[in-house]
Design a protein around this ligand. Structure first.
Ligand code: SAH
Length: 254
């Protein structure tokens, strides 16, 4: 079978964040699949077809792209950030596993991108300098009580926590609830970083504490990093603070 499917990470924002490997895969594709606003970030190329779809249609989009590649085309599916982080790469694998056996013979490649937590961390210092984990606060694909248990476990174990999907119009209360939950384990002074639309013209990065975190506006374009007991903010004259988590764990860290 001669078709090819590339699952491509676009990074968090504008083209500076697209790796040369991703750029080449996008350029070579005859057909592009993805969530409309992500496809809009990819420069137009003559002769390339575009197949935008809604954000909630990951499975159907992956299957459509696989069908197209199985006809012999060179197809790319795009994700914001990294395709393996809460995005299309797993959706494609899922379709290959349960789909027509012929999809297993396709040439499928995954091309990494800069995920939001790394882009946000780099804007503010080194909040992910020691052990960390990433959690999606979306309860579309898992029950909320599982989110709570994971927050408890992560905070109690002393991980820095990167929170993807903190808020959406359909999920207004989850972020406040998560902050409440984390206050059971962490001091009120724990640094919390908010990065919004990082890598885009309207980028905004701010630092607050766990005490004030639920009063800070967050939306679908925001990633939140909650520190540990060891994470600290260094005040700097005339510059934004540097937030970092030391390389060595304190003896009793959680
Ligand atoms: N695959 C993506 C994540 C998809 S989940 C990645 O690797 O980054 C979508 C969530 O990612 C958003 O709700 C937000 O929490 C985060 N996000 C994506 N792009 C972002 C950006 N430019 N700035 C801050 N957060 C971002």
């Amino acid at each position: 079978m001669s078709g090819r499917l590339a699952v491509v990470g676009l990074g968090p924002g504008d083209l500076r964040y697209v790796t040369p490997e991703a750029e080449a895969a996008l350029h070579n594709a005859e057909a592009l699949y993805g969530y409309g606003p992500y496809l809009d970030r990819v420069p137009a190329r003559a002769g390339q077809s575009r197949h935008p779809s809604d954000n909630r249609e990951e499975g159907a989009r992956a299957a459509a792209a696989l069908r197209h590649a199985a006809q012999g085309a060179n197809v790319a599916v795009v994700s914001g950030g990294d395709p393996g982080v809460f995005a299309m790469a797993a959706a494609v694998c899922e379709q290959i596993e349960k789909g027509s056996g012929s999809w297993r013979a396709l040439d499928v490649v995954f091309i990494p991108g800069i995920t939001a937590m790394l882009a946000v961390a780099a804007k503010i210092g080194a909040p992910l300098g020691h052990d960390f984990c990433a959690l999606s606060l979306s309860d579309n694909l898992k029950p909320w009580d599982l989110v709570e248990r994971r927050l408890d476990a992560a905070a109690a174990a002393g991980f820095v926590i990167a929170l993807y999907n903190p808020v959406s119009r359909a999920r207004p209360w989850q972020f406040g609830n998560a902050v409440d939950r984390l206050r059971r384990h962490l001091p009120e002074t724990t640094p919390v970083v908010f990065g919004r639309a990082v890598g885009r013209p309207d980028e905004r990065v701010s630092v607050t504490t766990l005490a004030a975190a639920d009063a800070t506006p967050a939306d679908m374009a925001t990633l939140v990093i909650v520190g540990t007991r060891e994470t600290r903010a260094i005040a700097r004259p005339g510059r934004s603070p540097l937030v970092y988590t030391p390389r060595a764990a304190a003896e009793v860290s959680a």
